[in-house]
Design a protein around this ligand. Structure first.
Ligand code: UD1
Length: 366
């Protein structure tokens, strides 16, 4: 049983569900309902061909505790009714945590795809979710080498006393990216009213960046500064950010073009022709790398440290001096060199989901 709930998980499920189907595993798909807007959920199922979930639990909103608690209870009931042999979860959302907890308490093995990532900031809800889910998982798939090292330092490694199994499989989002590349919608650039290479793309939705007037003003100030260099900043806006803008009465600068959230194919089309990405999303940091677009990360740290070490991603948080330095270094990104090729090989070259399927089959056959 695979449990998904938030936008990035739909993108990951595309390749894993396909690989599982190809390996002969029977997959029961459950949507918690965490993301529910047409543009945050349904569009991904429609355009990416994800099978319709057998259950949609319709749980969203409220505090983290309320949302997670309701999900644990509802998922537990599905587990009792359906008796799956294992539960597969992705990433670090409240849906991931809830499914992991519900399963482990019924002694059903948890499979965690995108294990071992750490920002080392326990103020982030996602960091808590990751740490807990890794501890209670039986089979852990790491996208990168630093993720394996992080797990080891927390006592999680292959065949430890708890019998946990850790596998480096690469990045299942890269599998989706490669599979969907022919359908990326490059005409979106014209539809957005911008010209290739004359705009930056931005996404900002983390609580830390959106939940106070000062943070939102800082973020918009930084986007405005980026517009000095590229002309326009296109900002497909997450519902959380849009809601906070209204509640806190913050006006975006004129050169920041706010649009509705984009589906995957439009977003990847818009990313490809952008001169720059400014983001606080985890997934977009890598998608920029794969699309050969320099990234500036509007968070004080990242789980994708290898993108920073290789010079393709600059971590600036909301610090204006760091932004200036990052902007002055943008031309230094070499997407043709060996550092880039090595980094891409590390993400598994599009085979990450098939490794998940093979390993999952051997767990199911045990
Ligand atoms: C969640 C994940 C985050 C991930 C992000 C991807 C957690 C703790 N965080 O954050 O790691 O990067 O998804 O987008 O799980 N909302 C809508 N419509 C929607 C979805 C959300 O209006 O379709 C509103 C919610 O009602 C809520 C706010 O946006 O008020 C935040 O949504 P929530 O699901 O709590 O977390 P995200 O910020 O989306």
């Amino acid at each position: 049983m695979t449990v998904i709930g938030a936008r990035p998980q739909f993108i990951k499920a595309v390749s894993v569900s396909r690989a599982l189907a190809g390996s002969g595993a029977e997959e029961l798909l459950v949507h918690t309902g965490q993301h529910y807007d047409e543009k945050m959920s349904a569009i991904f199922f429609d355009e990416l061909g994800i099978p319709k979930p057998r259950y949609n639990l319709g749980i969203h909103g409220g505090s983290h505790g309320q949302m997670t608690g309701k999900m644990v209870a509802a998922i537990e009931q599905v587990l009792l009714d359906e008796e799956p042999k294992a539960v597969l979860v992705f990433g670090d959302t409240n849906s991931t945590l809830a499914a992991g907890l519900a399963a482990v308490k019924l002694h059903i093995p948890v499979i965690h795809v995108e294990a071992g990532l750490r920002s080392f900031d326990r103020g982030m809800p996602e960091e808590i979710n990751r740490v807990v889910v890794d501890q209670i998982s039986s089979l852990l798939f790491c996208p990168t080498k630093p993720a394996i090292t992080n797990l080891r330092s927390e006592g999680i490694y292959g065949d430890n006393r708890l019998g946990q199994r850790v596998v480096k499989n690469g990045d299942v989002m890269l599998d989706t990216f490669e599979a969907m590349r022919p359908w990326f919608n490059h005409t979106i650039v014209g539809a957005l009213g911008v010209e290739p290479q004359k705009y930056a793309l931005a996404t900002v939705h983390r609580a830390d960046n959106t939940d106070s007037v000062n943070a939102l003003r800082d973020v918009f100030g930084m986007l405005d500064r980026a517009a000095d260099r590229v002309g326009t900043v296109v900002f497909p806006m997450h519902p959380r950010t849009r809601a906070r803008l209204g509640q806190l009465g913050v006006e975006p600068p004129a050169r920041v073009k706010m649009v509705e959230p984009l589906g995957y194919l439009d977003m990847m089309g818009a990313l490809h022709s952008a001169a720059l990405l400014l983001t606080d999303s985890g997934g977009m940091q890598k998608e920029a790398l794969w699309a050969r677009v320099p990234c500036i990360t509007l968070r004080p740290h990242t789980e994708w440290i290898e993108t920073v070490e290789a010079g393709f991603n600059q971590i600036v948080g909301r610090d204006r001096d760091r932004l200036e330095r990052a902007i002055s270094q943008l031309d230094g990104c070499d997407f043709e060199g060996t550092a880039y090729r090595d980094l891409m090989t590390g993400y598994g070259s599009g085979r990450a989901a098939s490794i998940v399927a093979e390993e999952t089959m051997s767990l199911l056959e045990r």
